[in-house]
Design a protein around this ligand. Structure first.
Ligand code: SF4
Length: 451
């Protein structure tokens, strides 16, 4: 007999402690998409858990299943529809939420039997739909909520969402249509959440939003010039690693870098440059399109030489000429970024870039992607080779019979590289921060031994 189908293993691990007590309703969750969607899933589960629902690690045990969808790319939409179909087959009682829920007909057209469809951040509506499908059964003994809420990431790191929405209008992106304008959380609320997380054992906070550098700029009558700087300084006092994601290269970002040099926040910036040619950036309508990005990078490195810069790029954007692409390759050679991701441009239903002229053929996109990644890989390899012999602090993410899988300060979970310790690691525990000496380097990963 085959095992019952399970929900995503990371969710299942996070949720295993929820044994059902008599009469307690059980909800399953399938969480797709980006870290921001993951944070939404955590919030929904936290609220449900607080109301006395238990969380099921498999379809069979759930009284209903929530599918938190992603609608960023057409491929993500297909994945979301597939996940809804799987949940319907395996369980039958399905509530859909998340980005794709902004277009309910698209979902009900493919899956008319879903119980309800709600859009992104419609927490109350999701909870209402759950209450309708599976009424709550409060029990003071099983409702006790851990102070940090329900986490879907391993216990020692956590995403910290500081705002919703975005005030930009990049032509390839429909997130502002789906998620609305920038709405920053009050600093007190962010800090309170961060404090609880650190008290509960979180060693690393990953700050996320659509545009982290714009944090707080939507506050009316604000008296702080650069609210992210204040927030970063306060987060840095909590004693955990603080990692900044989705920061745009505005000039005021230079003010953050001294905090990295001081060791208050990690010397790491995730900056989605997307391209380097000014014309391509203009056609994308990117924020900070006119920024002299190489000058900014140089200035950051002058203040904090060990800063690791990560970025993502799109190749084959409509109208991208070979000369524009070559500018991007030359820029990459100069910028010497530590970590790089690259996507081939894809039309997204509803995005304004679809209507641009001169779409690039699939073969050319593939060829540019390959050339870009070869260049990025060579840079990564050389940068990692230079770390051999260095002593670095690493955070232990996973331990199995063969090795401890760790990350350096230059590596974010899931998207960057890893450092493996394959000798003498038996006494380590998840979330430990230890010093290692690097003794081997590959294209993306490192190997080291405990000092
Ligand atoms: S900055 Fe651009 S890509 Fe990012 S969410 Fe806003 S519109 Fe989309």
């Amino acid at each position: 007999m085959s095992n019952p189908p399970e929900l995503r293993p990371d969710l299942a691990n996070a949720l295993v402690p929820d044994a059902r007590s008599a009469g307690q309703p059980m909800i399953g969750m399938v969480s797709l998409g980006c870290p921001k969607a993951l944070v939404d899933s955590e919030r929904i589960l936290t609220r449900l858990r607080a109301e006395g629902y238990a969380i099921s690690p498999d379809y069979g045990g759930a009284d209903a299943v929530i599918v938190n969808t992603c609608g960023f790319l057409d491929s993500a939409k297909v994945e979301s529809l597939d996940a809804i179909g799987e949940a319907l087959n395996e369980n039958g009682r399905v509530i859909v939420t998340g980005c794709l829920g902004a277009d309910p007909e698209y979902i009900t057209g493919a899956h008319p039997n879903v119980l309800a469809v709600t859009g992104p951040h419609q927490y109350e509506q999701v909870l209402d739909a759950v209450h309708d499908a599976v009424p709550p059964s409060p029990d003071p003994f099983v409702d006790l909520l851990p102070a940090q809420g329900i986490k879907l990431t391993p216990r020692h790191f956590s995403y910290l969402k500081i705002s919703e929405g975005c005030n930009h209008a990049c032509k390839f992106c429909i997130i502002p249509d789906m998620r609305g304008k920038l709405a920053s959380r009050p600093e007190r609320a962010v800090l309170r959440e961060a404090e609880k997380l650190v008290e509960s054992g979180v060693r690393e906070l990953l700050v996320i939003s659509q545009d982290t550098s714009a944090y707080g700029t939507d506050w009316k009558g604000r008296d702080v010039k650069f609210p992210l700087l204040t927030l970063a300084r306060d987060l840095g006092q909590l004693g955990a690693w603080v990692r900044m994601h989705y920061v745009y290269p505005y000039p005021h970002v230079r003010e953050l870098v001294p905090l990295m040099a001081e060791g208050l926040i990690l010397p790491y910036l995730d900056v989605p440059f997307q391209h380097a040619h000014p014309e391509t950036l203009r056609r994308m309508a990117r924020p900070a399109a006119a920024a002299k990005t190489l000058d900014e990078i140089r200035a950051w490195r002058e203040v904090c030489p060990e800063i690791a810069i990560r970025s993502t790029f799109i190749v084959g954007y409509p109208g991208e000429t070979e000369a524009e692409f070559q500018t991007l390759l030359d820029w990459l050679d100069e910028a010497q970024l530590d970590r790089v991701g690259c996507f081939q441009y894809e039309n997204v239903a509803g995005a304004r870039s679809n209507a641009l002229a001169d779409h690039v053929t699939g073969d050319v996109k593939e060829d540019r992607w390959r050339r870009f990644m070869e260049r990025a890989q060579a840079i990564s390899e050389a940068k990692l080779a230079a770390k051999v012999g260095q002593r670095l602090e690493v955070l232990v993410d996973e331990i199995d019979g063969d090795a401890a899988t760790c990350r350096t300060k230059a590596d974010a979970p899931e998207i960057d590289g890893q450092l493996f310790i394959d000798e003498g690691f038996e006494s380590l525990a998840l979330g430990d921060i230890v010093e290692v000496e690097v003794d081997e380097a590959g294209e993306y990963d490192l190997w080291g031994r405990l000092v």
